[in-house]
Design a protein around this ligand. Structure first.
Ligand code: ADP
Ligand code: MG
Length: 259
C-alpha cells in the first residue's frame, strides 16, 4: 500500500543542513495499522509529510498503491491525496470560518464526486459516526479540543481514504478524549478497511498497532514489541515440539516392522 525506498531528506538554510530522514525503508501492507514512536525532533512529522505526498524526498522513492510520488506534478499529487489519503494533524487544522459540517464537506466539494445534497448527507453521517451529530453547525471555536479532533477525523474519512495518516492525534487531548478519539480511529479504520499510520507518544496507541517503528535522529527502525517477542516464543515452542516428536519416531518404525 505504502512503500518507501532508501529515502533521504534534508532541510537546508544559509547556516546549516539538517539530514532529517536518513535512508528510510518502509513497507506498509494494505489494511494494517502501524505506529511510529520516537523523540520530538527525530523526523516523524517530516516522514508522514513525505509519505502522504504533502512534501517531497530529496532522493529515494515513495510509492502509494504502486504509484511513485516523485514523478508527479503538484496537481497530480493533490488529486492522488484527495482520492486516496486522509491526514489528521496534531493541531486539528480545521478551517476557522467553516462549521463542522462544512469542514467535513470540504474534501468532497474539492473532489467533485458527489452532488451537493449527497455531500451534506455524508458529512452529517460522518459527524454522527464520531458522535457529533448535535454539533454540525458549530464553528471550531465553539467546540472543545476533543470535539475539534473528532471533526478532523470525520473530515479525514470524507473521501474513503485507503491510507490514513495521523500525526500525534491524541497529543493535545486529555486522557479521556484520547481514548475516545483512538477508539474512533480504530473503529472507523476497521469499518472502512483503510491502512492506518499513526505517529504517537502514547504507549496505549502503540500497543494496539500491528507493528511499531521507532524514529531516532532520522533513522527508522522496527521496534521489538511484546507481540513480536510472543510470536517468536511460540515459534520456538513449536520447533521444540517438532524436535521432541522426531526423537520418538523409532516407535512408529518398530510398529511398522511388526505388521
Ligand atoms: P518530529 O515530528 O519527530 O518532532 P519533525 O519532522 O517535525 O520532527 O522535525 C525534524 C527536524 O527537522 C527538527 O530538527 C526540526 O527542527 C527540523 N525541521 C522540521 N521542519 C523543518 C523545516 N520546514 N525547515 C527546517 N527545518 C525543519
Ligand atoms: Mg512532529
Amino acid at each position: 500500500m505504502l512503500k518507501i525506498e532508501s529515502a533521504n531528506k534534508y532541510y537546508r538554510n544559509s547556516e546549516e543542513t539538517i539530514h532529517v530522514l536518513k535512508n528510510i525503508n518502509l513497507d506498509v501492507k494494505k489494511g494494517t495499522f502501524i505506529a511510529i514512536m520516537g523523540p520530538s525532533g527525530s523526523g516523524k512529522s517530516t516522514l508522514l509529510g513525505v509519505a502522504a505526498g504533502l512534501d517531497r524526498v530529496d532522493d529515494g522513492k515513495v510509492l502509494i498503491d504502486g504509484e511513485e510520488l516523485g514523478t508527479k506534478s503538484e496537481n497530480e499529487l493533490a488529486k492522488l491525496r484527495s482520492e486516496k489519503i486522509g491526514f489528521i494533524f496534531q493541531n486539528f487544522q480545521l478551517i476557522r470560518n467553516l462549521t463542522a459540517l462544512e469542514n467535513v464537506s470540504l474534501p468532497m466539494v474539492i473532489s467533485k464526486k458527489l452532488s451537493e445534497k449527497e455531500i451534506a448527507e455524508r458529512a452529517r453521517f460522518l459527524l454522527e459516526k464520531v458522535s457529533l451529530g448535535h454539533r454540525v453547525d458549530h464553528f471550531p471555536a465553539q467546540l472543545s479540543g476533543g470535539e475539534e479532533q473528532r471533526v478532523a477525523i470525520a473530515r479525514a474519512f470524507a473521501n474513503n481514504p485507503v491510507l490514513l495518516f495521523a500525526d500525534e492525534p491524541t497529543g493535545n487531548l486529555d486522557s479521556k478524549n484520547s481514548e475516545i478519539v483512538l477508539k474512533m480511529l480504530i473503529d472507523l479504520n476497521k469499518n472502512f478497511g483503510s491502512t492506518l499510520v499513526i505517529v504517537t507518544h502514547d504507549k496505549k496507541v502503540a500497543d494496539l498497532a500491528d507493528l511499531v517503528y521507532e524514529m531516532k535522529d532520522g533513522v527508522l527502525e522496527l521496534k521489538q514489541t511484546e507481540t513480536v517477542e510472543k510470536v517468536e516464543q511460540e515459534v520456538k515452542e513449536v520447533k521444540e515440539k517438532i524436535v521432541s516428536k522426531k526423537k520418538t519416531k523409532p516407535k512408529t518404525k518398530s510398529r511398522a516392522k511388526k505388521k
